[in-house]
Design a protein around this ligand. Structure first.
Ligand SMILES: *Cc1c(COP(=O)(O)O)cnc(C)c1O
Length: 705
């Protein structure tokens, strides 16, 4: 077994013995969802903690030996330190009783965990991140596999013309909470990805997510040619050849990494099609290691693998031409004893057989357990892939669904959580998916809830203004740009938030459709409304960038008096301010293209009320009292925009300004109905009940989960 002790992160300075536990704590993302952990780092220096962008490693690196000595002498700090270290160690060691069971291997192309590790672009990544965190909390044995992306995703910079210019957000490996995995000779562990010729190598890093380990592949190493070094440089490279190589490295290389690390696992869970090539490697492995026939190996892979699909569109899946596939896999199918046709047929879409190998079709065909991510998305999936399911005779259920959820300890605001601790009792998180627990929400005083929401709004406004101030000082921006970026936001004004990936189907600028009507709502002198937008467009998505430009130009228009703002560089940090800082969360995708959506859940659990199209999770979440629905069951831009204005004019604005208690009642309804049902706890219990437990029972694992 290869080792990996904390000293493999070269960044952390030598700490005095008395506080050496700080190293372990900072090299585990546990602190990101435990307020006591955050408080400890803040205690060291509130100023440096903020300066570090809430990154403990950066914080520790900025301290001198004298600073450390002073900390050791500080009795209050040492008390806090010992308390947090005990909490942390108890949490980690509590996994002892589960150590005998084989983990589930979870593969995903991106993970949204914390802004100090920018290896995500959006919802898929945050779902994967929340799944790892919740598995850790629930003691579900799991190991994650993903990519390092040294150049991360783009850092968004909006020009004064409203056009998105991206700079690469490079990961600074010296201050990210990542560790090198080391080999027996104490060198950085590197594997050769099987079957790529000329060979490609990948180094391996790891991130500790509580009790779960996430392994990250990194091709940016000297051993590779420049072209190969870039395989893992960015998320979702558009060039199909490079993208195919990326997915071979993730699936097949990732599989090989676990194998060489000696990590045996029982179940393979593929989150979306990107890592699906791992299925081939699993077949090969069963044939070569367990001497199974091809058919038996295929059968075993089907029985023990889970495929989660996230797209409601056939065209949004990855398809590789047969020529490209043959370039990389012609030795591979021989090795499996398959003919070229047999092999390529596994990814053949009956509706478009000529275009190539479809990764989603491949995942669906190769896994008996498959799921969509909401009830509605399940219906859509059955429809769009019905030809695939028709070929599949034996499985009657075809496809199930597990509606996404969000990791409550990550997304609940700290102040609100403290209050829940008081109201529900210290250990309430153990019962977080129990609806009856949440009926006690009425025990929270209305004024307290309002004050928390107001403080969150204030914090958000300050954060936004501070960012503009920085930009003003550094670059000397135009006053209208400063206005568009939010300097004139007012915490006393009813605030609508719209933050998500900027892409056509989300219709981010729908609310700007009738500017005259919007102006009347926004600029009402007695009951004004402000709207905050945020979101990145994929660097190659020009329609998405045009939407941003439209929003930005509208925000720059003096007629809206600074009440419309676009916040740059949406990511985990901005999301955390917005979901709890605004009053209403707007979501108006084109039906049925929002497979699930999760940002509305993050908002709702904090008392930010959801205003959404009849799509994704909202169909399951809405109960008439906990938010609002826009338009009908079929999207129509004109009608939907009108519906938004109607609801704002007739319901939202009068309620917010006219009857605070009724508003707070709605907040409570939102919190208490959505938190239990859309928690990651409920989601992981469903994954356990629907998939993980039945599979492990079926294959008769000696060590059950
Ligand atoms: C939750 C989250 C998302 C996903 O939100 P959707 O509602 O699915 O669009 C995207 N980006 C960030 C930063 C998030 O926190």
């Amino acid at each position: 077994m290869l080792g990996s002790d904390p000293s493999t992160n070269i960044a952390i300075p030598k700490l005095p013995k008395e506080i050496e536990g700080l190293e372990k704590i900072s090299l585990n993302l546990w602190w990101t969802w435990n307020p006591q952990g955050k408080a400890l780092f803040k205690y060291i220096s509130p100023y440096l903690w903020k300066e570090s962008g809430h990154n403990p490693i950066k914080l520790l690196k900025s301290l001198s030996d004298e600073d450390f000595k002073a900390l050791v002498k500080n009795e209050n700090f040492m008390k806090e330190y010992r308390y947090v270290l005990t909490l942390f160690e108890n949490y980690i060691n509590n996994s002892a009783q589960k150590q005998n069971s084989l983990p589930i291997a979870y593969f995903c192309a991106e993970y949204g965990l914390h802004h100090s590790v920018p290896i995500y672009s959006g919802g898929l990544g945050f779902l994967a991140g929340d799944i790892l965190k919740e598995s850790s909390d629930m003691n579900i044995p799991m190991v994650g596999v993903g990519f390092m992306y040294p150049q991360g995703y783009i850092r968004q910079i909006i020009g004064s013309d409203g056009w998105q210019n991206g700079a690469n957000e490079t990961i600074n490996k010296d201050i990210a909470p990542i560790e090198r995995v080391m080999d027996k000779e104490n060198n950085h562990f590197i594997i050769k990805v099987p079957f790529i010729d000329p060979p490609v190598y990948t180094a391996v890093w790891k991130i500790n997510v509580g009790r779960v380990t996430l392994y990250l592949l990194d091709t940016d190493i000297d051993k590779n040619d420049p072209w190969d070094r870039q395989i893992s440089s960015h998320l979702y490279v558009p060039d199909p050849n490079q993208r195919l190589r990326q997915q071979i490295v993730l699936g097949i290389g990732g599989y090989r990494v676990l194998e060489e690390l000696g990590i045996e696992y029982s179940i393979l869970h593929l989150n979306e099609g990107h890592p699906a090539f791992a299925l081939f490697e699993r077949v090969r492995n069963f044939m070569e290691k367990e001497k199974l026939s091809l058919n038996d190996a295929l059968q075993k892979v089907r029985e023990t693998s889970i495929f989660t699909t996230h797209t409601p569109l056939q065209t949004a899946t990855d398809v590789y031409s047969f020529d490209m596939m043959s370039n990389y896999f012609s030795d591979y199918w021989k090795r499996l004893g398959m003919s070229k046709d047999e092999f390529l047929n596994l990814g053949l879409n009956p509706d478009a057989p000529e275009v190539g190998f479809n990764m989603t079709v491949f995942g669906l065909k190769m896994c008996d357990q498959r799921n969509a991510v909401s009830k509605k998305h399940c219906e859509v999936t059955k429809e769009i892939w019905k030809s695939v399911f028709k070929e599949d005779k034996k499985d009657k259920t075809q496809i199930d669904y597990v509606t996404n959820g969000v990791h409550l300890p990550t997304w609940l605001g700290d102040e609100f959580r403290k209050n829940l601790d008081k109201t529900f009792g210290e250990n309430w998180l153990d019962l977080q998916d129990d609806i009856s627990l949440w009926s006690q929400i009425d025990n929270i005083d209305n004024k307290i809830l309002w004050d928390i929401a107001y403080a969150n709004k204030m914090a958000m406004v300050n954060f936004i203004r501070e960012r503009v101030r920085q930009k003003w000082s550094n670059e000397g921006i135009d006053p209208l740009v400063a206005m568009a970026e939010g300097v004139m936001l007012d915490p006393d004004v009813l605030t609508i938030g719209f933050a998500r990936r900027m892409t056509s189907y989300k219709r981010s600028d729908l609310i700007l459709r009738d500017l005259d009507r919007l102006e009347k709502i926004v600029c009402n002198s007695e009951k004004p409304v402000q709207i905050i937008f945020a979101g990145k467009a994929h660097p190659s998505d020009n329609p998405g960038k045009k939407i941003i430009q439209n929003i930005f130009k509208t925000a720059q228009n003096p007629r809206f008096k600074g009440r419309i703002a676009f916040v740059e560089d949406y990511g985990e940090e901005v999301a955390k301010y917005l979901v709890k800082g605004v009053d209403v969360w707007l979501n108006n995708p084109k039906i049925p293209l929002e497979a699930c959506g999760t940002s509305g859940m993050k908002a709702s659990i904090n008392g930010t009320i959801h205003l959404s199209s009849w799509d994704g999770w909202w169909i399951e979440g809405y109960n008439q009292k906990n938010g609002w629905v826009i338009g009908g069951k079929i999207s129509n831009d004109g009608k939907d925009a009108s519906a938004i204005y109607d609801i704002l004019e007739n319901e939202i604005v009068p309620l917010y300004y006219g009857n605070k208690d009724k508003w707070i009642e709605k907040m409570k309804e939102s919190i208490s109905t959505i938190s239990p049902n859309f928690s990651a706890r409920r989601m992981m219990k469903e994954y356990l009940e629907k998939f993980y437990l039945p599979i492990s029972k079926k294959i008769n694992l000696k060590d059950e989960i």
